[in-house]
Design a protein around this ligand. Sequence first.
Ligand code: HEC
Length: 379
Amino acid sequence: MDKKLFCLAAIFDKVDDITKAAKKVAESEYKFFDVHTPYPVHGLSQKMKLKPSTLGYIALILGLSGAALALLLMYYTKTLNYPQNIGGKPTFALPAFIPITFEVTVLLASVGTVLAMLFIYFKFPNNSHPLHGTEYMDKVSLDKFGLIIEAKDPQFDEFKVKEFLGSLNPEVIMPIYYDPEDLNFKAEIFHPKFMLLLGVVIVLTAGISYILLNKWKQIPPRNWMWEQPRLNVQSSSSFFSDGFGMRTPVPGTVSRGNFPYVYSGLPDTMAKNLINPVLMNEYHLKKGKEHYNTFCSPCHGYFGKGDSRLNNQFPNPPSLHSDKLRNWTDGQIYHVITVGQNIMPSYASQLEPIERWQIVNYIRALQRALNAREEDLNE
Ligand code: HEC
């Protein structure tokens, strides 16, 4: 195949020459020109009148989509899929989401921009160019400055261009030829040798990081907190005289959020002082009814009349409508639920304090219902 002319190139020795030349060629009628320097020359792109790169817009779009993606994922997981109350914060707590949003923004923008540069601007994997491997490239990537005017320029006329380049006082002017066949060359990214290299790199990176982080870093004296001498739950220990690893709390310990019941072991009259903290309202009565029907009604009957449903398998309790019970304070009923009475067991392990008070309220309502006063009828 015949070689074709790609461009005429001029080579300059000094950086000042190339900036002057770039300015002149930018003002000339030639549009398809380029400049090559061994290092970035500041102000050259302005002299060449280059438009600002569009890569910035790609970075902006990628960054914005990174931010949107991170926020969307966190919104979905934290608000829709698995809402969790952390310290009473709203599920979509923006300040806590900023670090991740920032990270994903930067990640997508930086990685995406590099990929966009490779695949869109450099047309990877097609990496052939007529200037590759030429003497001109050798020079301008070492210590010379080059300027080319391409043959595809509509104004291109070999003689005129040569004259124009000559007027710029270059060191040399040279034509550069190329073989159009060469332009079809594409780098084979799926070439077996390349894939093998990639595999080796991946395995090596993963293996080395695994050994460094999980093995080498664990060798003494680098022992970590999880390797400290400590007792696992339920395990024995020779340190304590009773042989148990687990310790019972110090007497008098109060667990968080709980207040110990101070009248256990004392007669119910002592519990008279307890004040019912639960309001007598529809909500608490409804709850009280639920709990009473579940825990009390099997023995005491749905209305507290002592009509057990247990078919004499358990002694029938007395009615909750006796004068004695009517005159009891709320605290005394609460006391019986909490510690039991004679054969009636304690319900402290099944019912939270507030639930016990709700039951007390419900018993009060039952008592009132069977012993209505005149004014109740008027309401
Ligand atoms: C397993 C059956 C059974 C269950 C369930 C039961 N009780 Fe009792 N309850 C009894 C018996 C039996 C007595 C009588 C105990 C005695 O001999 O002093 C009693 C006594 C009482 C007394 C005192 C009555 C009195 O006149 O001295 C109250 C108040 C009481 N129960 C409330 C409740 C409440 C509230 C519940 C539900 C949390 C409940 N009980 C659940 C069997 C039960």
